[in-house]
Write a protein that binds this ligand. Sequence first.
Ligand code: UN1
Length: 497
Amino acid sequence: MPEYKEYKNYIAGGWVNSRSGQTFENRNPANTDEVIGTFQKSTSDDINDAIAVAKEAYKKWRLVPAPKRAEIIYRIAIRLAKDKERLSQDMTREMGKILKETSGDVQEAIDMSFYMAGEGRRMFGQTTPSELPNKFMMSIRQPMGVCGMITPWNFPMAIPSWKIMPALVCGNTVVIKPATDTPLSVYNFVKIMEEEGLPGGVVNLVTGSGREVGDPLMHHKDISAISFTGSTEVGRKVSEACAADFRHCHLEMGGKNCILVMDDANVELAVEGALWGAFGTTGQRCTASSRLIVHKKVIKEFTEKLVARAKALKVGNGLDESVEMGPAVNESQMQTVLKYMDIGKNKDGAKLLCGGGRLTGSGYDKGYFTMPTIFGDVTPNMTIFREEIFGSVTSITECGSLEEAIEIGNNTPYGLSSSIYTQDVNKAFAAMRDLYTGIFYVNAPTIGAEVHLPFGGTKETGNGHREAGTAALDFFSEWKSIYIDFSGKIQKAQIDA
Ligand code: UN1
């Protein structure tokens, strides 16, 4: 068995043990015999240390000119690109998704870093004429202080980059708690920040559980803003923790995204899209295509082709380049997925078209492998239609018209992503207008957002904020409106004619 390492917290520019003196293990979900490393099992003591340090570091960092902050971010981007192969390998080993996808994840962090480095010389405010003579007015972005980040395991480097990079370019300092399943990817990211010259204390990493680390982080009075990606259940707690004293919070939570397949769609293309949207990242994306709403004229052809493709998917260890789908991230996630497979079969009474259980036998017995699973005859009252599964399960629901498809598509508490396959521009535009989601695609699945447009969702997916694009700057800065009167006399807005 290969040697494994003990990884530390990063506080005040140094690598330190948790004050608890305890660690936890990180194992490969494709082969649970393989220990990736041990990480600090931190507590509120460590979080308090990290926040105090970040608060102190903020005093200097906020005064570093944004283009200079951005130069460091630029160097980090270059270094991520240089180390992409190693970072992807580590990510596949710690969370299971296939190498092509983990290198996409690292690429997304590279893209975000370059994008935010560019913002260092933009971060535009407004100037606008005053209603009074000899008076000037403008708005600028100002940083807020220490930002807390709680990040998920499904995009272990991309999502931390969505939060850290805009926070830094705006002049904030950071305390991040990564998911317990993927501390190595955030460790690797922060290590690169250190090596590329980010001053100590500006970004601090504290590993550990949600209860022992996430909870004190979200409740701490010196945290100006929390950015959270994860379950709706935990998001609600973050929101409540911040509400009492009006600290800002950005929440990115569940999804139950739909693809509409119209009777005029290119069915081959729709099948390709649904396969990728449903089973990419083993279905463990907030943007996963978990509801396929298909016109009755093409449902037979679409279903047959999709089921054939899903059955042929090669499932296994993501380090094997021929593998197309990796394992569930951990035992409990696998159990949740198996539970929904069971509900689909036995409670909802949907028609199981393929998959429906755990993969066992040679190559599978050491990991959390589930079958690519498709249910047919799914109706909006069924649990598998309503609840986010976050695994290798998708469902097919029949519709008879565009209007009906849109109604079914909107029939969910979530609102992250939606898509339509059609050759008819009129249908595409109507769906674009009427599907109430934060992200929308035409002739592409519900996954695959790029970093320079806002990312986030409506309804129970979010709380109105967005990550990525310039929208991220809106969350990680506060507007300051500035009026400069050079008339030498008192001038009264709204009153002087
Ligand atoms: C997520 O599912 O949590 O748009 C993020 C996408 C990826 C990001 C997904 N770029 O599918």
